[in-house]
Design a protein around this ligand. Structure first.
Ligand SMILES: Nc1ncnc2c1ncn2[C@@H]1O[C@H](COP(=O)(O)OP(=O)(O)OP(=O)(O)O)[C@@H](O)[C@H]1O
Length: 186
């Protein structure tokens, strides 16, 4: 059974057709990397998969998903652990997610004080504890240092081993999976 199925999908945005006749399926344990120049629609494709953007044509079937993009979706005024708990089906999972993203020491620090890389890792922690079988990661490696890239790869390995699936958009190669690739063209 697939966790994501896009059939004959077309996307119109910003006054132009970004892509059309796009077909893709992701089964449990599968990961796909979406590449392509700026503005070709990688982020838009993730938003279509998330159900946040209506396709111009085609159908989208997706398992429950968690999206990490440039918006952290965490209350800036709360300490990180409390902000994450809002998204956690089981609040007991928060400490493990903080550990997995190297953020345990920042558990009580308000999210508004985080650096770019720390915010990116906080988003990954949110996705990791969501319990969602489908992860949609938009430029997950942006702003990450070498150690954090290793943590990202470990998160990806564990998610796929647990039967999850993953669609990521990235300008840089990502580790942690035998990535299938989809290149969007201008
Ligand atoms: N909210 C929006 N309203 C209108 N047009 C938008 C919106 N967001 C993006 N677009 C347009 O959609 C097109 C695709 O944008 P998108 O962000 O999906 O590209 P991308 O491939 O992810 O780019 P990048 O590599 O720069 O992240 C661009 O032409 C952009 O201007």
């Amino acid at each position: 059974m697939s966790l994501l199925a896009l059939r004959d999908v077309a996307c119109w945005r910003g006054g132009r057709l970004l892509f059309e006749s796009l077909n893709l399926t992701l089964a449990a344990g599968e990961a796909m990397l979406v590449t392509g120049p700026n503005g070709t629609g990688k982020s838009s494709l993730l938003r279509v998969a998330a159900g946040l953007l209506r396709p111009l044509a085609g159908t989208v079937e997706a398992a429950p998903c968690a999206l990490a993009d440039e918006r952290p979706a965490l209350d800036p005024e709360l300490g990180l652990a409390k902000a994450l708990a809002f998204w956690a089906p089981r609040s007991g999972d928060v400490p493990a997610a903080l550990e997995a993203t190297g953020l345990a020491a920042l558990a009580d620090v308000p999210v508004r004080l985080f650096s770019t890389g720390q915010l990116r890792r906080a988003s990954l922690a949110r996705v990791a504890l969501s319990g969602a079988p489908l992860w949609l990661l938009d430029e997950p490696a942006n702003g990450l240092d070498t150690g954090s890239l290793d943590l990202l790869a470990e998160l990806i390995v564990r998610h796929l081993d647990n039967g999850g699936a993953l669609l990521a958009a990235s300008h840089q190669p990502l580790s942690g999976a035998a990535w299938r690739t989809l290149e969007l063209a201008q």
